[in-house]
Design a protein around this ligand. Structure first.
Ligand code: NDP
Length: 448
């Protein structure tokens, strides 16, 4: 008789958990995965995927406007939020089905209820069953963190934003990071009045200063309001259902929806990890070593719950490395160097490697090359929106150590260029490449 019910029990069927479960099963392990919400996790159900579809939907506002300059007779356009919302939610459901099938086809048992840890090899299910596993993988992700202010319950988070009954006329977004800037663009394009309230004086901390300043400038020109050095102090619900947001040292804001985009915290509360001696850091993240192993030998963790890099592709790599190492007899570790990322704002921005400031700090001096241009399409559309590309180059070796951009299709362009940066190519290698004309990406090989 087997010593344990399963070789691997995964808690959380998001990007990291699903990859780990599927690959471990392919390596011959007997695997179960428990999920208390929906299979697919943040990325598929309430994150990257539905968000990107809303970004596409929102961009039609500009495309339809610009089309007139290209000779198209565009009648008056009306946007219908319920149509887009329901189509997006249907697509999410379709993808959830695909994820479930993938797990089923791989021979992974999916248990659709909450599971908690009760010991190094022990799991309790919400229905009262108890199970054992040789290895437990925590892949519960992260959850929106809401500031503890009176009336915060009247606000929503990125979990609820995809389900709004109607489009808000006025929306206040608290925070200045990824989610805040992406949804500021989305709602603005849909026609809502957007006010972004940020506790610091900079948006998108960690991104190159010039690039994020460009986003700020473009967003303000479009009509998005920014309030800096302030945060919601108290939220009051009015008789008509609208909200009054009291701010520190500033006039109150009135809106229909308040969206908290104030970071995401690892989801470990109530998981019972202390029963197995799993150490957490001060943010509640599972502390893990380079092999994603926690302080308990039989318990591992991957993805946002470890708070290493909160990005889907990283969680997937961590899940894959875990499965190959623990069940595939092929030890592998995730390389966290040079991870590209993007903000799907309007226009989008993307970056990889060191910002100019980080490179200066590291190398003392640094060479930078920029191209500040108006995309051909924007010129004809009479859209006064300039793109900015910046290459950060090592002062001695000529190696490109960072690449940052804002402009149409920046994430698509950067993903391809990221291969060159990750490979450690020099600026000369970019210069040696013949331009593909006319394109926006050609600016990368024409930087002087
Ligand atoms: P971010 O960490 O990007 O931004 C959080 C923002 O909230 C910051 O501006 C932060 O300010 C502010 N903040 C934090 N706590 C408070 C508080 N108590 N009161 C007021 N403001 C506060 O988090 P997001 O929620 O936008 O996104 C979570 C994570 O999800 C991201 O870090 C990213 O890893 C991932 N994500 C990735 C996306 C992508 O790849 N395109 C899209 C969406 C999310 P300060 O800067 O001063 O700390």
């Amino acid at each position: 008789m087997a010593a344990y019910d399963y070789d691997l029990f995964v808690i959380g069927a998001g990007s990291g958990g699903v990859r780990a479960a599927r690959v471990s099963a392919a390596h011959g392990a007997k695997v179960a995965v428990a999920e208390e919400h929906r299979v697919g996790g943040t990325c598929v159900i309430r994150g990257c995927v539905p968000k990107k579809l809303l970004v596409y939907g929102a961009h039609f506002a500009e495309d339809l406007m610009d089309a007139r300059r290209f000779g198209w007779k565009v009648p008056t356009c009306d946007f219908d939020w319920p149509t887009l919302r329901d189509n997006v939610l249907d697509e999410v459901t379709r993808l959830e089905g695909i994820y479930q099938n993938t797990l089923g086809n791989a021979g992974v048992e999916v248990i659709k209820q909450r599971a908690t840890v009760t010991g190094p090899h022990d799991i309790a299910l919400a229905d009262g069953r108890t199970l054992t596993a040789r290895v437990i993988l925590i892949a519960t992700g992260a959850w929106p963190a809401i500031p503890n202010v009176p009336g915060s319950e009247y606000g929503i988070t990125s979990n609820e934003v995809f389900h709004l009954e109607k489009l808000p006329k006025r929306i206040v977004i608290a925070g200045g990071g990824y989610i805040a800037n992406e949804f500021a663009g989305i709602f603005h394009e849909f026609g809502s009045h957007v006010t972004l309230v940020n506790r610091a004086d900079k948006i998108l901390r960690g991104y190159d200063e010039q690039i994020r300043d460009r986003l700020l400038q473009i967003s303000m020109t479009k009509g998005i309001d920014f309030k800096f050095h302030c945060k919601p102090e108290r939220i009051e619900k009015q008789e008509d259902g609208s909200l009054c947001i009291r701010l520190e040292k500033q006039d109150p804001l009135h809106c229909d929806v308040l969206l908290f985009a104030t970071g995401r915290a690892p989801k470990t509360a109530g998981l019972g990890l202390e029963t197995a001696g799993v150490a957490l850091d001060d943010k509640g993240a599972v502390k893990v070593d380079d092999d994603s192993r926690s302080s308990c030998d039989s318990i591992y963790a991957v993805g946002d719950v470890t708070n290493r890099v909160q990005l889907t592709p990283v969680a997937i790599r961590e899940g894959q490395a875990f499965a190959d190492t623990v069940f595939g007899n092929t030890p592998r570790r995730v390389d966290y160097g040079c991870i590209p990322s993007a903000v799907f704002s309007h226009p989008p921005m993307a970056g990889i490697g060191l910002t100019e400031a980080q490179a200066r700090e590291k190398f003392g001096t640094v060479k930078t090359y920029t191209s500040d241009f108006r995309a051909m399409k924007n010129v004809l559309a009479d859209r006064n929106e300039r793109a900015l590309y910046k290459m950060v180059v090592h002062p001695v070796t000529d190696v490109v150590v960072g690449l940052h951009m804002i402009g149409p299709d920046a994430p698509e362009i950067l993903q391809a260029a990221a291969v060159a940066v990750k490979a450690g190519l020099t600026k000369q290698a970019f210069d040696d490449t013949v331009a593909l004309h006319p394109s926006m990406a050609e600016e990368l090989v024409l930087l002087r």
